[in-house]
Write a protein that binds this ligand. Structure first.
Ligand code: FMN
Length: 178
């Protein structure tokens, strides 16, 4: 049976380079159906314990959780903001974690990050891997693409041979884990 994944760029920018990378990677998976989510469709008030006590968990958080539940795997490319998750992603993650602290279940995950700089969002990527690895019994595959505008084009995709090889190896492992 065809596997289903959800993919997302963990950014709310309409020009998100992480959304571009998430789309590119999802498109390369064979026999996998993907749905590319837009974080703007899940914008909620900033999480607060007071809001939760007063009004409960927003419907959009339940909707996001249902999409996870309905999937066989998760593919995320993280935008790095000051070394960490974008506020847009973190807010969704926080609300969804109030439904169940284990947000992703034990689904296979392919985590990526890219940025215009040479470090390629490695800080946020390390943070996400460390967090999700504890909860997941499955291997977490990962890939960081530094200097996005030098190493990626819409026509070619990942241009650097070494980076492309590493990307393909990780993507293949993710595909096999699904
Ligand atoms: C508030 C803010 C903080 C940022 N902090 C970092 C950072 O810590 N490391 C980094 O590599 N890039 C940083 N950047 C640059 C982002 O990597 C860049 O905006 C990138 O395009 C974000 O990904 P996106 O296009 O998917 O949103 C920051 C950008 C903003 C707006």
């Amino acid at each position: 049976m065809t596997k289903k994944i959800i993919s997302l760029g963990a950014s709310n920018s309409t020009k998100s380079i992480n959304k571009i990378l998430a789309h590119y990677a999802s498109d390369k998976l064979e026999n996998v159906a993907f749905s590319l989510l837009d974080l703007n469709d899940f914008e909620m008030p900033i999480y607060s314990a007071d809001r939760e006590n007063e009004s409960g968990i927003p419907e959009l958080a339940h909707k996001f959780k249902a999409l996870i539940e309905n999937s066989d795997g998760i593919l995320i490319s993280f935008a790095e903001h000051n070394g960490a998750y974008s506020a847009a992603f973190k807010n969704i993650y926080d609300w969804v974690s109030r439904i169940e602290s284990d947000v992703w279940g034990n689904r296979p995950m392919f985590l990526m990050a890219t940025s215009p700089g040479g470090y390629g969002g490695k800080s946020v990527l390390a943070m996400a891997i460390a967090r999700y690895e504890r909860a997941s019994g499955k291997p977490i595959l990962s890939f960081s693409l530094p200097s996005f505008y030098e190493n990626f084009s819409n026509e070619v995709g990942i241009k650097d041979t070494e980076l492309l090889n590493e990307f393909q190896t990780q993507l293949k492992r993710f595909e096999e884990a699904l």
